[in-house]
Each structure stands twice: as C-alpha cells, then as structure tokens.
Design a protein around this ligand. Structure first.
Ligand code: ZN
Length: 249
C-alpha cells in the first residue's frame, strides 16, 4: 500500500500547508498520516481556553476534526512544547519520529524546510529538521537500536519533500525558501476542502481571513514542494506528482 506521512509543528499546519496534497493522494488510494509535534499552546488565539491544558485539548480535538475533513487515516500529537521546539531534546524528538516512521512505513514524507515554510516559523523549521534526520535514520538499524531490539524493522522511505513556494509573504520574516521542484495541481474544489479543514481549527478563527489570502495565491490551486532527499540517487527533475517513481513495497 502507498503511504504518505506529514510531519508538522502545530495543529492547523496539516491543512494550511499540506492539505491539498493530503486530499489528492487519499483520492488516489494513498493512506495518509499526520504527526504533529506540539499541541499549539503558545497560540495568541485561544478560543474559550482558560489554561494551556484546555487549549491543548481544544486544539487536539480541532486537529482530529481537520484530519476527518482531509480523510487522514491516522494522526497524533506528540506534545512537545509549542514555540520551544528549538530547545527540545533533539535525540528524543528524532527518536519519536524514527519510531513512527518504522511503524507507519511511508514511502513519501512531507514536512517544512529549514526556512520554516512560508511564515518562517521557528517551530516549522525545527519540525522539518527533526523529520529530515528521522527520514535518514529510520532505515539504519544502528540508529535507535533499542527500537529494533523491541521488534521494529528499519524503514527507508523513498522521498522527502519540503514545503516550497515561488513567492514570499509580505509582513513576515525574510526567508530563503527551498527551490520549487514539484507543483501539485490540487484544483479549486480541493482548495475549498482544504480551507474547510483549516476552519475546523475554531480557536484560530481570527486568522481565517489572512490565511485564506495567503493560501489563495494562484487561486490556491497549486501546492509547491522541494524534493530534498531520495532513497535512490537521481538527478534533479521537475515533478507534478509526489509519488512519481515511488514503488509499493
Ligand atoms: Zn504552524
């Protein structure tokens, strides 16, 4: 079975950043998963939450609702501290991701690049770096050998993509974005479903207008990615399909 894993930093990234591709590949019979590193408790917009614990519960439920709209088969919040990923124990975070990759066994992994995605968010950058190391290490039995001793098998995913864009957002930190090597046509209908998934994050309602505008360039109908690593060495090549040359195994 073909499988896609999305590694994100906050509830709502799965919709705002990757939602169209997640929808598209589910339609093509790919099983999709989302691993979100934080519960998003550093958010300025807090809905009815009176504490971080309440906000974590609200945002975790919103992620579940969004994943339902996106037809995501499996999602998980790992509960690292929001806005503090740069200070997290990298051996532990990467190990958690390696374990999920060995369990879920995706062929394709989507995450953010070191620029932190369009918004330049530090947590996005860190999520992408942790996911990149996990992509490299999940296939090596000498990395996190205790997981292998516990019965997990090493897993080498085939392609790692970073979110990319051919434009910058005004009023955001300056970033140097990864080169666009893939354009995925998600079309206007999936774009509307992606917006609907984002709107399941009701605590973030004050952001809806702005996010829709940010998503809406080129009609929002295209998601762009950078092919950052492949299992089989290859030359650079422009793509319109994230599963191009991927084999089922
Ligand atoms: Zn985010």
């Amino acid at each position: 079975m073909l499988k896609l894993l999305c590694v994100t930093a906050h509830p709502d990234d799965e919709a705002g950043a990757f939602g169209g591709s997640v929808l598209l590949y589910h339609e093509r019979g790919v099983e999709t998963s989302v691993i979100c590193l934080t519960a998003g408790t550093a958010a300025r917009n807090r809905g009815t939450a009176r504490s971080d614990e309440e906000l974590a519960a609200l945002r975790t439920a919103e992620l579940a609702a969004s994943c339902k709209v996106l037809n995501v088969s499996c999602h998980e919040v790992l509960g690292y501290l929001d806005s503090k990923l740069v200070r997290a124990d990298s051996y532990q975070v990467v190990g958690d991701l390696v374990r999920r990759m060995r369990q879920l066994r995706p062929q394709v992994v989507l995450t953010f690049g070191p620029d932190g995605g369009l918004t330049g968010h530090l947590d996005h950058a860190m999520a992408g770096m942790f996911a990149s190391l996990a992509f490299e290490w999940a296939g090596r039995p000498e990395r996190y050998p205790e997981q292998i001793e516990q019965g997990l098998q090493p897993h080498r995913a085939q392609k790692l993509y970073y979110l990319a864009a051919d434009y910058l957002l005004p009023d955001h930190p300056v970033i140097a974005p990864p080169t666009v090597t893939a354009r995925i046509e998600i079309g206007p209908e999936r774009f509307e479903t992606k917006v609907k998934a984002f709107q399941q994050h009701k605590t973030q309602a004050p952001l809806f207008e702005r996010v829709r505008k940010n998503l809406g360039r080129q009609g929002g109908a295209v998601e762009m990615y950078h092919l950052a690593a492949t299992r089989e060495p290859r030359d650079a090549k422009f793509e319109t399909d994230l599963f191009e040359a991927v084999t089922e195994e």
